[in-house]
Design a protein around this ligand. Structure first.
Ligand code: 5AD
Ligand code: SF4
Length: 440
């Protein structure tokens, strides 16, 4: 039996692509290896959203040179967002000649054929399209990472062209799967024991299938599937989120009380230059509506600091919106110029020192608020879906509340008894990024 190992970088979209790639390899008689050391084929599923991802990727790629020199039969593959950029493919061809197969985000279904051709002809294989109008992955049976929760793509690609972002270039234009296909996939998952689905897309709010169903229609249908207990989704875009969708939080009992709603910046000037198509007022209105519909909804966000031309005043406005919304958590990034994006040509780059200094101020504010928010959970009881043993403490279990708080807790029950079930947990302690508790 030949062994494979997949190294995954980046977002949940990539994580799910890796599940599809694993599914394809297993259908072709490869077995999974925990380490790349004894694998016959290694797949690097790459991310290019920020520059440090590039650096890390080329570093790891370099480490495989010796491996290839010692074993000509070893196959090294690169896929994901990196090879969607022509300058990266050129660099791989010129400087990393030991890479055997390169395929794009919209060519995953071709992977078994590419391996076959590589083995038969000994020639390197490249398959990258920039915008495949067909949805490629639909016929693939993924090898799911988790037993009780599943990632389900509902819309591929992105049409928004935020000026800092490389994703529209690496994932092509938006393509929504049909509501019917999504519902049948989730029904099948539920029949196989899945309790929680995460509906995935770069912008789930612009979901629209050929029959005209929108994201709210989809949520209503998924809510009807028996066996499914929790529905989550990401990512939402403030410019496209609709009242009809917000109403789903009231009408769909399985929809989790949580939303990830990237703000990116608290300054209208910067939002305009980012091409985000909303201003702070519109964003705060959405937050208001969400909180009126679900008073205790948890809200997380993405924020970029140091965007070209960001003044101290602009940055203060970002701190202001964080104080107003009081996010449960936030992913914070220092702006990183990406080749081919409009912002990479903008003037007035912010110095590294200023960007870092702003980043640190922002993170300490966010962390302070996160901790305060988490402290409100203490002495209350929550249903926690148990995901397994805690990574940092073998004596504790780990899981998530309906509103996506991470809970590490003790219990007299065995793993077999509670894994994949929703158990009542009393919260006894709060940290910045997690809660602590015990089963009742
Ligand atoms: N620089 C910094 N952060 C970025 N993001 C996307 N592109 C960039 C970039 N060039 C962030 C955004 C987005 C998240 C997934 O990554 O905040 O929402
Ligand atoms: Fe990138 Fe903007 Fe699309 Fe999100 S919505 S993937 S930030 S271009």
């Amino acid at each position: 039996m030949k062994k494979y190992h997949i190294i995954t970088y980046g977002c949940q979209m990539n994580e799910h692509d890796s599940e599809n790639i694993a599914g394809l390899l297993e259908a072709n008689d490869y077995v999974c290896s925990e380490s790349s050391d004894d694998a016959d084929i290694v797949v690097m599923n790459t991310c290019s959203v920020r520059e440090n991802a590039d650096k890390r990727f080329f570093g790891v790629l370099g480490q495989f040179k010796k491996r290839k020199q010692n074993n000509r039969d070893f196959i090294l593959c690169v896929c994901g967002c990196m090879p969607q950029q022509p300058h990266i493919v050129e660099k791989i061809k010129k400087q990393f000649s030991w890479v055997d197969i390169v395929f794009g985000t919209q060519n995953i279904g071709m992977f078994p054929d590419l391996i076959k051709k590589r083995l038969e002809t000994g020639e390197k294989q490249f398959a990258i399209v920039s915008n495949n109008p067909e949805i490629d992955e639909i016929t693939i049976k993924p090898k799911r990472l988790y037993k009780h929760k599943a990632l389900v793509n509902i819309i591929y690609g992105c049409n928004n062209f935020c000026t800092y972002c490389v994703v529209p270039y690496t994932r092509g234009r938006e393509k929504s799967r049909s509501l019917e296909n999504i519902v049948s996939e989730i029904t099948c998952l539920a029949e196989n024991g899945v309790l929680e689905v995460m509906l995935l897309g770069q912008n789930v709010d612009s979901y629209k299938d050929l029959a005209g169903y929108d994201f709210a229609d989809l949520l209503q249908e998924v809510n009807k599937i028996s066996g499914i207990k929790r529905i989550r989704f990401m990512t939402s875009h403030p410019k496209d989120i609709s009242d009809k969708m917000i109403d789903c939080f009231a009408s769909c009992n399985k929809l989790c009380k949580t939303i990830h709603l990237p703000i990116q910046s608290g300054s209208d000037t910067i939002l305009k230059r980012m091409n985000r198509h909303y201003d702070v007022e519109k964003y705060l209105n959405i937050i208001d509506k969400l909180r009126k519909t679900v008073p205790d909804i948890t809200i997380s966000t993405d924020i970029i600091v140091g965007f070209p031309g960001e003044t101290e005043e602009d940055f203060q406005k970002t701190l202001d919106i964080v104080k107003k919304v009081r996010y449960d958590s936030a992913f914070t990034f220092i702006y990183s110029p990406r080749t081919g994006t409009p912002a990479s040509k903008f003037e007035n780059m912010i110095s590294e020192q200023t960007a870092h200094e702003r980043f640190n101020r922002l993170v300490s504010l966010i962390n302070k608020i996160s901790l305060e928010k988490n402290q409100r959970y203490i002495d209350k009881e929550y249903g926690v879906m148990v995901e397994g043993i805690s990574k940092n403490d073998k004596n504790r279990y780990t899981g998530r509340t309906d509103d996506f708080k991470l809970v590490n807790f003790t219990s007299d029950l065995s793993l077999d008894e509670i894994e994949g079930t929703i158990v009542p947990v009393l919260i006894t302690g709060a940290k910045t990024f997690s809660l602590e508790g015990r089963t009742l």
